[in-house]
Design a protein around this ligand. Structure first.
Ligand code: CTP
Length: 407
């Protein structure tokens, strides 16, 4: 899987009163690490278990605690707070908070925010097993899930297990990683799937050109950037075929992967994946292959090393970009350069006939790394230099541009 990014997404976290409140701290850490901005509301009960100071330090923002606080209401009042978020998360969600939300009770900051928000709400319940199984709690949970549209509350957990009170059964708050995964899924839904109905073909990784049955020519591409792009396209709803050279990466969720080894196989696979609306050719295709691959292992001979005759591989990107009925509406190539990035990338844009080029500065440590610094070159548009960022964020930024292009 590509690295998960929630870059610039906003989470309002309501921390209820329960021993599981400590898990909220780990959740904040996971969210921040993924690039999300987090603001926290701490209930009076929650403040018995975690301090406002730890939440403030981890979120990097003051913690909101009181409904009628002159300070809070002038900086960010409860209505604004409830609208600021992309998603509201209640973790831990106590029986009391669930009951208030299910019945429209608004007597503190947390419950008022839950009524005032126009965003989806995710709750991670945590309570004693008897409490969780009580018909009153179950009725409230059913009621929350049944509200129409946006008002329907999503749940994650509770898990089965031993409880702090020594009893056993459902009631433990879901682990922070599970809450994080649920947040990610809800945000993907909320962000919509603007590329639904569009087909995309992405190439990634190196090619491997055999010399004989045991040797070959290849390069140091890890495939990470191409895989991240395939993942981001699929997350925004595109139907993605990922044509991959030999790499050690898992196929991203919802992506159809086709394994290839050589440039010729890659070209055949790309042609077979057409028609497509979007093509992103991120593979590091070997420019040459060996003419006359030996059928048996080449042995050391007294005459010295063999000489390899090379012939040129087909240029997949140039072939795809040539005018014709099967040309994808948007063809994007990469230019891996160690110097004169702009000049070389712009020259590649015209030579290959593609629409956009992502100029990749490979003079520093890019191969196999998790971050990348790139510039987007488009015809008739000024260069867009993106700051060095994770390959997942490069992919998301690129896919945002693709969404804009088709909008
Ligand atoms: N590419 C391709 N088929 C090839 C060679 C390259 O589809 N046989 C694609 C790559 O996937 C990339 C773009 O072309 O999107 C540019 O690759 P690069 O290796 O930078 O360009 P080359 O054409 O090989 O130019 P040079 O080696 O001279 O820089």
């Amino acid at each position: 899987m590509s690295e998960v990014s929630l870059n610039t997404r906003r989470i309002l976290l309501i921390v209820g009163g329960g021993i599981a409140a400590y898990k909220a701290l780990e959740l904040v850490r996971l969210l921040r690490k993924a690039g999300a901005e987090v603001r926290a509301v701490l209930t009076d009960g929650g403040a018995q278990f975690v301090t406002p100071l730890s939440l403030a330090a981890l979120t990097g923002h003051p913690v909101h605690q009181a409904l009628f606080s002159p300070d809070d209401e002038t900086t960010m009042g409860h209505i604004e707070l409830s609208r600021w978020a992309d998603l509201v998360v209640v973790a831990p969600a106590t029986a009391g908070l669930i009951a208030k939300a299910a019945n429209g009770l608004a007597d503190d900051l947390a419950s008022t925010t839950l009524l005032a928000t126009d965003k989806r709400v995710l709750m991670a319940p945590a309570m004693n097993v008897r409490m969780w199984q009580h018909p009153a709690v179950q009725a409230n949970v059913a009621r929350l899930g049944g509200f129409d549209g946006l008002h329907g509350v999503a749940l994650v957990g509770p898990d089965d297990g031993e409880m702090a009170c020594g009893e056993f059964g459902p009631g433990r708050m879901a682990e922070p990683a599970a809450v994080f995964a649920a947040i990610r899924t809800l945000l993907a839904d909320a962000g919509g799937r603007p590329l639904a109905g569009r087909r995309a073909v992405v190439t990634a990784g190196p090619t491997f050109e055999p010399i004989d049955p045991v040797r070959g020519l290849t390069n140091r591409s890890s495939g990470k950037q191409g895989y991240a792009i395939a993942a981001a396209l699929a997350e925004r709803g595109a139907e993605v075929t990922l044509i991959s050279g030999p790499v050690g990466l898992d196929a991203p969720d919802g992506v159809h992967r086709v394994w290839v080894e050589t440039a010729v196989e890659m070209k055949v696979a790309v042609d077979a994946a057409l028609p497509a609306d979007i093509a992103v050719m991120s593979a590091a295709v070997a420019d040459w292959r060996v003419d006359g691959v030996a059928s048996g292992k080449i042995k050391k001979a007294p005459g010295g090393p063999p000489s390899l005759a090379l012939i040129e591989n087909p240029d997949i990107l140039a072939g795809l970009s040539a005018p014709g009925p099967k040309r994808p509406a948007l063809v994007i190539g990469f230019a891996a350069e160690t110097r004169d990035l702009e000049e070389n990338a712009r020259a590649k844009l015209s030579r290959k006939g593609c629409d956009w080029i992502i100029g990749n500065d490979v003079s520093d440590d890019v191969f196999g790394a998790d971050s990348n610094s790139v510039t987007l070159f488009r015809r008739g548009v000024a260069d867009e230099i993106w700051p060095r960022q994770s390959k997942a964020d490069v992919a998301l930024t690129l896919v945002d541009r693709i969404v804009d292009h088709f909008a």
